[in-house]
Design a protein around this ligand. Structure first.
Ligand SMILES: Nc1ncnc2c1ncn2[C@@H]1O[C@H](COP(=O)(O)OP(=O)(O)OP(=O)(O)O)[C@@H](O)[C@H]1O
Ligand SMILES: [Mg+2]
Length: 372
């Protein structure tokens, strides 16, 4: 069976140890210190947080994913669902919280296709920022000395997409700051948006949490983890091949695992993985993902495409230099900047320091492969 997991939280033996970061997060949780966990997409933020919580054992976890929230109604309901789910997981039955939220007519069901449990709430009852306040009070009320609570707001940057985000953030901050014995963890991948929330002096969350920066896994440890998995499946892989994989995948844990999974699929027991397996594995990834790349290309203009293709070919640094403009055949740096802005908005690329990078490194590899 394919031992490489990607696109999901990894824990236990699937979690390649990163002891320092895990200890830092555990330490902050124990102190009731709020933190914001920031790092690139698929670098391992959510897995790190869950691993730290798992190791601390005694905590109850309220996990709220803010991905795509657009209103305070949706946000409040996600928190309610997270509280009910936590209680359900613990007791197997609905008790206090289920009753508390009876006005939202919570219902519990098992999805007939996936078999996964889910909670749904009455869509016609609208919740407001004030309700979020009440819900946060409730979280404080469910904690006990024996069973303290950790609240995780994942993809927290998406709170900025809420129409009245200022009001919502101000209200959340005013509650959270008095709950000194609850550790709140805010995780997010869009650096500029997270900075807007935690570093901008005008933001209600200014200086309200300490930063935990998540970078790539330590290379030696992660290589060892991968080699062992291939070896357990009767395959060998050399160090220089691993270096290529890390490079193509931009050093991102999730993308490295995706690449290894493709290499696993195209190889068999007894094989030694060689250079020529790399293009084959990439082709497998492209076959699965190229529809998404094509859809992205359909939504951008010709100039934006030229810029994107230019970044793939020439790298993402100094994109307003005359050399880059000449290379891609666009005369004005203003046009390039406008194109970059749009590509960032579409989340096709992002800025990391002074470099523009592809959100999905395989999209870049595909453009090079297509040689447009
Ligand atoms: N400690 C780890 N050991 C091994 N693989 C890891 C580790 N952390 C992350 N990964 C790999 O990265 C993938 C993504 O992990 P995770 O969802 O925790 O990242 P994330 O930063 O929260 O991603 P996103 O930005 O999509 O929310 C995992 O499925 C796994 O392939
Ligand atoms: Mg995550």
């Amino acid at each position: 069976m394919d031992p490489f997991k990607f696109g999901q939280v990894v824990s236990g033996s699937d979690f390649c140890p990163r002891p320092e970061l895990t200890q830092t997060v555990m330490g902050y949780i124990n102190q009731g210190q709020n933190m914001y966990v920031q790092g690139e997409r698929r670098i391992g933020k959510t897995s790190l947080i869950f691993e730290a919580c798992r190791r601390l054992k005694k905590y109850r976890i309220v996990y709220v994913d803010l991905f795509g929230v657009k209103s305070s109604d949706i946000l409040a309901k996600r928190i309610v669902k997270a509280i009910i789910s936590m209680e359900q997981k613990e007791n197997g039955v609905f008790t206090k919280m289920f009753k508390t939220f009876s006005y939202l007519r919570p219902s519990f069901s098992i999805d007939p296709i996936t078999g996964l449990p889910s909670v749904s709430l009455d869509a016609t009852v609208r919740m407001t920022p004030d309700d979020i306040e009440t819900v946060l009070d409730l979280i404080a009320a469910i904690k006990t000395a024996k069973k303290p609570v950790i609240v995780i707001f994942d993809e927290f940057q998406d709170v900025l997409s809420i129409k009245d985000s200022d009001e919502t953030l101000a209200m959340m901050r005013s509650k959270i700051q008095f709950q000194s014995d609850i550790a709140y963890i805010f995780a997010g991948s869009l650096r500029n948006k997270m900075d807007e929330i935690f570093i901008d002096p005008d933001s209600p969350f200014f200086k309200s949490a300490v930063l935990v920066a998540v970078g790539p896994l330590a290379k030696t440890e992660f290589k060892g983890y991968i080699i062992k998995r291939f070896r357990n499946g009767g395959r060998r892989i050399k160090d220089d091949i691993l270096d290529r994989i890390f490079e193509i995948a931009g050093n991102i844990a999730g993308d490295i695992q995706q690449f290894c999974s493709a290499l696993w699929t195209i190889s068999s027991t007894g094989d030694s993985i060689e250079q020529d397996n790399i293009p084959k594995a990439l082709e497998l990834i492209f076959a699965r993902e190229s529809k998404v790349y094509e859809a992205d290309i359909d939504t951008i203009s010709e100039q934006q495409f030229i810029c994107l293709n230019g970044i793939a070919g020439y790298g993402g640094k100094e994109l307003t230099s005359s050399r880059f403009l000449m290379n891609i055949g666009i005369p004005s740096s203003a046009s390039v900047l406008k194109a970059l802005e749009r590509l960032i908005k579409l989340r096709i690329i992002f800025k990391s320091g002074n470099e523009y990078k592809f959100t999905n490194p395989f999209f870049r590899a595909w453009l090079l492969y297509k040689n447009f």
